[in-house]
Design a protein around this ligand. Structure first.
Ligand SMILES: [Zn+2]
Ligand SMILES: [Zn+2]
Length: 150
């Protein structure tokens, strides 16, 4: 899965929220990081410094949203197939015409995760990445290389 296509919500500064599976703390990563890196497999928790697959760091809201988007994508594929089948079935018939109806299948409304503009922004110097962490924390591990930054 290409993370650039991962259409998850971000806050007004284009930071996406993640949650560490180990310490349950939340942090945000600037979206440009994912664009610059192209493919991100692993990230490191800025609080406890443990590295894991990026999916493990996705918040429940982000996962839910991602899932509904996937379901909608699947519906589109089914709809297209259904339409093709019907068109072929009625091809050449003078008496029956198949009228194309939009949205034959109900699409789920995608619940966009609400990402409030909280936490404070810091720059991780070693890899030049901007992240947001809880305001009372001053040092953080680099989400890319795991080095401790202050
Ligand atoms: Zn952690
Ligand atoms: Zn680094």
């Amino acid at each position: 899965m290409d993370n650039k296509n991962l259409n998850v919500s971000c806050d007004s500064d284009f930071f996406t929220r993640f949650q560490c599976p180990y310490c349950n703390s939340e942090f945000k990563i600037e979206n440009s990081f994912f664009i610059n890196e192209e493919v991100v497999y692993n990230i490191c928790c800025p609080y406890c410094g443990i590295t894991n697959k990026i999916e493990e760091f996705m918040t429940e809201e982000n996962l839910k949203e991602f899932q509904s988007e996937l379901e909608n994508m699947a519906i589109e594929v089914i709809e297209e197939l259904f339409e093709k089948t019907l068109n072929n079935a009625f091809k050449g018939s003078k008496f029956i015409t198949f009228e194309k109806k939009k949205n034959t299948f109900k699409k789920k409304k995608v619940d966009k995760a609400v990402t409030p503009d909280d936490m404070h922004e810091i720059n991780i110097k070693c890899c030049d990445i901007n992240i947001k962490i809880d305001s009372y924390r001053k040092e953080a591990f680099c989400i890319k290389c795991g080095e401790s930054n202050e």
